[in-house]
Design a protein around this ligand. Structure first.
Ligand code: NDP
Length: 451
């Protein structure tokens, strides 16, 4: 039995009951790095595979807080510090009722290779809580964030572990978390990224993931000598940070993003989704997408309970390019079949692992360009790395400077991934290219650092 098959079996036995997404992520990575493992014995000799799939540290803690009725609420808090071979642990915090250690392990594992691809010296981690910010007052969110940080501050710091946002954690939550960090430690340092601008945030961090996703798709189309996104119909899922700025950048480039979705349903606007309205609905009013129709009467809103069994809303709309930007495993085999039948040319993952393994295989089999999340959505963490640099040097970069560095980072990642795939005999397979390129750098650092 090869080391890869043996490790996959071991992970399945020890994790699958609770961590099916973790198993899914590990299997995809290990199966695709086989060409590298076979080509170079040093990775086996140093047991890199066995070492990489186990987190350095998994911290779980209780978060007790008082709601507005003065009643005590209790949630689980987590931080999974997966690997710091390349630099301080780095990865977002997710606040969502579905959060558990398994989901965070999957996200933390993916983060190691994603961060490696950015070229910034950062390791991989992920954290969060099953706390749901939806429907909570600002005061309740603040009290929760303070209690969460009362434990987390012991394990993080500018050179140790630097969390950021993710689902349910935006500028408001990062602001409260950072305020609490300062009050527990008396330190003003870059211990979190995604901070508001007036206390150490970076220009463009908010836009970075979505803009980076579109830059990546554009570069990939260029590398593969396909037509540009201009005037092309695009479908986008989600309506949070990643989706909104993907839509915004698509419109800036002359594309026509016609959909967005949330946990209540999806909007189809044939004239192109208005990202400014989405910002109002989602960042200010924190309301359902159903309200989009109040401004644009011609748009169609389909409730989630009215979705057909054989399609998941957004993916039934014909498009040139699809951008899943909501959550994991949201684009299934059936959705892939629908997209392919409707002529999709490129699928770019904005969310983490939004495409199921079966759907990914189908896209690849049919020759559809497929950009995996760890490469395509790395722009957010890259700009987080730029925020860390600015904090360390007490400097502020201009929007133009950050944007040009982001664009260049996405160009370099796409080139690196494409060339790595070709070098190992898998031309156009960006999944294999991203996994090998990301893995190689981390593995080489682990070997150089010893055990
Ligand atoms: P947000 O919390 O800002 O937004 C998530 C959006 O997805 C919300 O609109 C939410 O709906 C919607 N959503 C959640 N579940 C579903 C579902 N089952 N069907 C349809 N819509 C759904 O999160 P982000 O935009 O920050 O994150 C989205 C994805 O991108 C995640 O996978 C995250 O890990 C990944 N990512 C984020 C980065 C970042 O910088 N923020 C960086 C890299 C990756 P509702 O409004 O109803 O809750």
């Amino acid at each position: 039995m090869s080391i890869i098959t043996e490790t996959i079996e071991r992970i399945k036995l020890s994790n699958c009951a609770t961590d099916s997404t973790f198993f899914q992520a590990v299997r995809e990575v290990l199966e695709s790095i086989n060409p590298l493992i076979e080509a170079d014995p040093k990775y086996q000799e140093n047991s890199i595979i066995k070492r990489l799939v186990v987190p350095d540290r998994q911290i779980q803690f209780k978060v007790s807080w008082l709601d507005d009725k003065n009643e005590i609420q209790v949630n689980n808090g987590y931080r999974i510090q997966f690997n710091n071979a390349l630099g301080p642990y780095k990865g977002g915090l997710r606040f969502h009722p579905s959060v558990n250690a398994g989901i965070l392990k999957f996200l933390g594992f993916e983060q190691i290779l994603k961060n490696s691809l950015t070229g910034v010296a950062i390791g991989g981690a992920k954290g969060g809580s099953d706390f749901d910010p939806k429907g909570k007052s600002d005061r309740e969110v603040m009290k929760f964030c303070r209690s969460f940080m009362e434990e987390l501050y012991k394990y993080i710091g500018a050179t140790v572990d630097v969390p950021a946002g993710d689902i349910g954690v935006g500028a408001r939550e990062i602001g409260y978390l950072y305020g609490a960090y300062k009050s527990f430690t008396s330190k003003s340092e870059g211990s979190l990224t995604g901070k508001p601008l007036f206390f150490g945030g970076s220009l463009m961090r908010t836009e970075a993931t979505g803009y980076g996703v579109v830059y990546f798709a554009s570069e990939m189309l260029k590398i593969e000598k396909k037509s540009t996104l201009e005037n092309k119909i695009c479908t986008v899922s989600g309506s949070g940070n990643v989706a909104i700025y993907t839509i915004e950048k698509l419109r800036q480039l002359g594309a026509i993003p016609v959909t967005c979705s949330d946990s209540t349903g999806f909007v189809y606007d044939k004239n192109g989704i208005d990202s400014e309205l989405l910002k109002v609905l989602k960042f200010q009013k924190r309301t359902s997408l159903e309200e989009y129709k109040k401004t644009y009467h011609h748009a169609v809103f389909t409730k989630i309970e009215d979705y057909q069994e054989d399609s998941h809303g957004v993916w039934s709309i014909p498009c040139f390019a699809a951008f899943p930007c909501a959550t994991q495993n949201e684009l299934t085999e059936i959705d892939a079949q629908n997209l392919i039948s409707n002529g999709v040319q490129i699928v770019t993952e904005g969310a983490n692992m939004p495409t199921t393994p079966e759907a990914t295989v189908l896209f690849q089999k049919e020759g559809i360009l497929f950009a995996p999340a760890k490469a395509a959505n790395a722009g957010g963490v890259a700009v987080s790395g730029f925020e860390m640099s600015q904090n360390a040097s007490m400097d502020t970069w201009t929007t133009e400077h950050v944007d040009s560095k982001l664009k260049e980072t996405m160009r370099q990642i796409s080139q690196n991934v494409s060339q790595t795939a070709s070098f190992y005999g898998h031309d156009k397979n960006y999944v294999i290219g991203a996994n090998i390129a990301g893995f190689k750098k981390v593995a080489d650092a682990m070997i150089a650092e010893g055990i």
